[in-house]
Design a protein around this ligand. Structure first.
Ligand code: HXC
Length: 258
């Protein structure tokens, strides 16, 4: 399918989705978000795809939801139309791993989109923020919820109340991102990580995603039980037999997602 606001490339089992509204610093409008969800669903349904990467431009991952699109909307418009609700749900339904490769601004909905991915690798130029407070609103896709769980209440309050930006070094120190790399190496490092994931058993990969995400939803005891049962159930797969035999035989495992 031809997209106008994103570019999708599938290579070596990785779907690379590049947000592409350069004139608006990749601001998220209805079209971009629905194209993004469609591309993610296609990647989910494409057997060749084993990992997904979402990225933006060097200057901006995404500078937020499109303020010009939102400015004339009324409460009734956004409430009755559930602005950004179905798209956020659509992204959360994806079961394959998604890495955010962030360079430049990841603000508002852009920071929230990055946090909806499974982990974030950013360049040393990255700037994260929830500046919605400057517009007289608050975050609407996880900036007050996910960010608080990721970096703690004090820092989240600071970000959401002052609207200040956090640089890459602080983002790594705070646990928002998994790695910071030099800007020139961002895509190389991210694609290497994606390739590494693509080599694993897809069943185990999807199980990891579900188990780690579950840790944000349920009490520890429930989460531990869920993890143990999933761990045990993976012994029903051929990939578990292959992975453990390959170790014993000192060779690379050949996983078949079975
Ligand atoms: C619409 C945007 C935009 C946005 C930038 N642009 N951010 N358009 N929505 N969120 C547009 C600008 O209007 C401008 O277009 C062009 O992109 C370049 O931006 P500049 O401001 O000229 O660039 P610069 O001076 O380098 O400043 C970069 C910036 C600034 C610091 C990122 O653009 C900025 O503060 N943007 C808004 C950030 C923000 O408030 N995000 C939160 C949005 S609310 P023109 O045509 O004028 O040249 C949100 C709510 C989420 O995300 C809730 C649920 C999803």
């Amino acid at each position: 399918m031809a997209y106008e606001t994103i570019i999708v490339e599938v290579e070596d089992h990785v779907a690379l989705i590049t947000l592409n509204r350069p004139d608006a610093l990749n601001a998220l409008n209805d079209q971009l978000l629905s194209e993004l969800v469609k591309a993610l669903e296609d990647a989910q349904n494409n057997d060749k795809v084993r990992c997904i990467v979402i990225t933006g431009s060097e200057k901006a991952f995404a500078a937020g939801a499109d303020i010009k699109m939102m400015s004339e909307k009324s409460f009734v418009d956004v409430f009755a139309g559930d602005l950004f609700g179905p798209e956020a749900e659509g992204i959360m339904r994806i079961r394959k791993p998604i890495i955010a490769a962030v360079s430049g601004y990841a603000l508002g909905g852009g920071c929230e989109l990055a946090m909806m991915c499974d982990f974030i690798i950013c360049s040393d130029t990255a700037k994260f923020g929830q500046p919605e407070i400057n517009l007289g609103v608050i975050a609407g896709m996880g900036g007050s919820q996910r960010l608080t769980r990721f970096i703690g209440k004090s820092k989240s309050m600071d970000m959401n109340l002052t609207g200040r930006f956090m640089d890459a070094e602080e983002a790594e120190r705070s646990g928002l991102v998994s790695r910071v790399v030099p800007a020139k190496k961002l895509m190389e490092e991210t694609m290497t990580a994606a390739q590494k994931i693509a080599e694993k058993s897809m069943i185990a990969v999807m199980a990891v995603k579900e188990a780690v995400n579950r840790s944000y939803e349920v009490p520890l005891r429930e989460g531990l039980l869920f993890e143990r049962r999933v761990f045990q159930s993976l012994f029903a797969t051929e990939d578990q037999k292959e992975g453990m035999s390959a170790f014993a035989e000192k060779r690379e495992a050949q996983f078949r997602d079975k």
